[in-house]
Design a protein around this ligand. Sequence first.
Ligand code: GLN
Length: 278
Amino acid sequence: MNLSQLLQHFKTELKDVYEEEEVKSIFSIVTEHLIQFNRSKLMLNWDKEPEPAQEASFLAIATGLKTHQPIQYLLGEAFFYGSTFKVNESVLIPRPETEELVDWILEKKVEGQTVIDFGTGSGCIAISLKKHLKDASVTAVDISEDAIRTASENASLNHADVCFIHADILTFQSKEKFDIIVSNPPYITGAEMAEMQQNVLAHEPHLALFVSDERPLLFYEAIADFALSNLQPEGTLFFEINEYLSKETISMLKDKSFKIIELRKDMQGKDRMISAKL
Ligand code: GLN
């Protein structure tokens, strides 16, 4: 099949899953990934026939997309804060709102810090911070061994020296003090599950996404407790938060005697980030 026929195949296979415009843009991402044709090269080469092995990959990706598999898992990579990260079903696909969190931390422009990232997943926060804060010593924790393995690969891929620790946020202890404690822990409640897209629900790790309706701030509480003993006096705690739980998160932090520095909205205008100090 040539590229034009392959696009037609994608349109037919995916007509019940994606709008036609989305299919075209996904097709161009796939083409770039599999045969390194950018969009303009694609436009000029519709009659190009990929090698048989490449054609098989196109067809396999179309089949995956049809069953709502996210394109990032099918290609095995995602882009985050200007870098490429390997992803698979053991880690969450890095989100744009998390890029905003990284951007916010980097705005502070402090050098030579010690940083710890809880629930690192693909390692996107920890690795991006290390890439931009060259002198920082960065530690990252995750309860999933598969996630730690993926994050370590991502650190090598991105030439970032990060210390990964396989541990549970709820019990993790350290003697070290940190200037920055950051986390994007699981925060979606069961009640919000119904609103979620099928590609997220069926393929992304529930361990990284969901919390119980009874204790939605469980991880935030544990990280705040860790910060009480392990945050440097001038250090800052940064959280990505559930947009519906900003008030609750703030009052939990205040009850533990933190001072809220700022509550920030994401690009969609949703309460998404909090910074706090002791
Ligand atoms: N923002 C992610 C989502 O909407 C959730 C991230 C998380 O639970 N920490 O899917």
